[in-house]
Ligand binder design. Sequence first.
Ligand SMILES: Nc1nc2c(ncn2[C@@H]2O[C@H](COP(=O)(O)OP(=O)(O)OP(=O)(O)O)[C@@H](O)[C@H]2O)c(=O)[nH]1
Ligand SMILES: [Mg+2]
Length: 698
Amino acid sequence: MSQLNVADIRNIVLCGHGSAGKTTLADTLLFKTGAVSHQGSVDNGNSICDFDDEEKHHKYSIESTVVHFESNGKQFNLIDAPGYPDFIGQSIGALRAVDTAAIVINAQSGIEVNTRRCFEEAGKAGVGRMIVINKLDAENINFPALIDSIKEVWGNACVPFNVPLGSGHDFRGVASCLDLEGDTTGALLDPAEINEALIESIVEVDEVAMEKYFEGIKPEAEERDRLIDEAMLAGTLIPIVCCSSKTGVGLPELLDAFAHCALPPNVVKRNGKKNGDDVELKADPSAPLAAQVFKTRIDPFVQKISYIRIYSGSLKSGDTVPASGARKGIKINQLFRVQANETKSIDSAGPGEIVAVTKTEELHTGSSLGEIELPRIPFPRPMVGLAVTPKSRGDEAKLSGALHKVVEEDPTFHLDRDQQTKELVMTGMSELHLQILQERLKRRDKVEVNTKEPKIPYRETIQANADDSYRHKKQSGGRGQFGEVHIRMFPFPADTDPAEFCSSDRFPQMKEYHHDPDINFLWVNSVVGGTIPSNFLPAVQKGFYERMTRGVIAGYQVVNVGVEVHFGKYHDVDSSEAAFKTAGSMVFRNCFQKARPSLLEPVVKIDITVPSEKLGDINSDLSGRRGRVLGTDSASGGMMTVSAEVPLSEVTTYARSLSSMTGGQGSYTLEFSHYDVVPGNVQKEITDKAVLHEEDED
Ligand SMILES: Nc1nc2c(ncn2[C@@H]2O[C@H](COP(=O)(O)OP(=O)(O)OP(=O)(O)O)[C@@H](O)[C@H]2O)c(=O)[nH]1
Ligand SMILES: [Mg+2]
């Protein structure tokens, strides 16, 4: 296609639970539309979309894959996302690139945990939603019950756009519920009965159209397409389409439904910020450039690939454009269009398009291109940590390089150094996530690792006020060291407004305050009469920070603390930055120990889907793990979903326990919820185990 009309572009992510057939669907659509010359297959290890060695080996998707094809006069960009909840970050990134989410459901197993999660994430991303019921060629499918459960879980906006004709072996086609035509013998629900509900959910967004409809006038085709766009955008229409990606039945109709219902890029409303002000993005090639990197991949051959969605304006090969985080403009040497792992050079691209650039070091996942800053991509916070060392001594630098590549590629993977043990700790979404990444290190970077038990990112804080002072004094010949710092320490709860908190009533001598939102630390300077000269205050603050990073009682980051520095002493000759830094660090430690120190632990929200007869076992197991059940919901196929809050430390190896409790029939998703105070007995266990490296003198 030479000149792309933005209204003819359809960007769709295929997301949902594992094994629903998303990759098979993408592979088949590519082949049927002639975009590729062979029918890829996950089972045969020659899938176009699951091209990574790890994906071929495990026979499931690990990364999202971008492909494109043409059909019905439309240019489709499809992103095949992995269905394992461990890789949810891939779906969340992909949702930034698309205008519609097609949530694929396995007709046999119905709504599963990650189906729900993807549905919710798509809602948060503000894109249109469609539901694809796949695997209708499989046996023992109760289609009417499946539709009922979909409506029960997500509401009446979910309406079949078409229904299957025959099921299992006899699944031979689909009948449209919009245009009632053709032979509907064997339909699993009567299209004529659904027609009214479908049209109502389409006209519902427009009062005039609605009135006309109740007078008996149905919207004309063109008007209907406009209304469908509006209804999809408003979420009053969530069309359900039926198919089998294996046999190909229902796929022409699926493409037709995509062409009509999936939102074009110029319909979805998006905002960015320019110089702090909100700006609405216009899908216009001549508007200012607004584009965002939604994914990064390190390819063994072409190195770093940044995948970019253009929302507004155009990009040309050779352009130099501003980018967030880069001090100068960045040069786009060559633009590419991507087909799975293949790239093809293109000269330019406009709004709504998905392109890639290579070897651009300043671009990272989430970076904005152009003057307009796009919102942050809400990747989930990884929670499962493992200390990692190379198997062969001498491979430290190689390992660190390889892990930094993964950090660049995967926003749900973090790398830190443990403050206590000085070990490298990798943190991911789950054990499986970290295991797959280790496989990648072995294959791609030829480095094998040893890992140690999961690390929990505890935090340290205080529960009471305290005050203290510390004099650092050393005289060892020549010039001495002298610094004295007096502080008051107090809890500073999360979500406290620092401006409101720092009133003159509370701090009558306050000169200034500074709030660090990352660790919710409040620093108040009330030093009287220059007793600590202002040029030494940054050193005192540095001492505090060093101590907060190192932890006081168990070696974890200190958070939610406020300190008022109000008095001190100095010496004309012997005072130095180093002396005040040490005094700052020591007074912080001593004062913290007096202020009822406590540990905070991460609590996660867990959704567990199990056969209903296992519910009792799951609940009692959860209470043994200090869990709190929030609710229970019925899922399809005799399954129930339990939602609960539970300390992360209790579920780091939940996959194994759930599998043994349910004979492999359970699944779950984890999401960070909040930090909570650790009960006294558990705190004691952790602090007793902690080995603190004290280098300071007392
Ligand atoms: N009977 C039947 N099997 C299918 C169909 N589509 C896919 N499968 C099979 O289901 C299995 C999983 O298919 P995939 O396409 O890998 O599923 P997926 O949704 O991409 O799975 P994840 O990548 O883990 O999220 C494979 O063995 C496919 O052959 C279908 O329409 N009917
Ligand atoms: Mg897949």
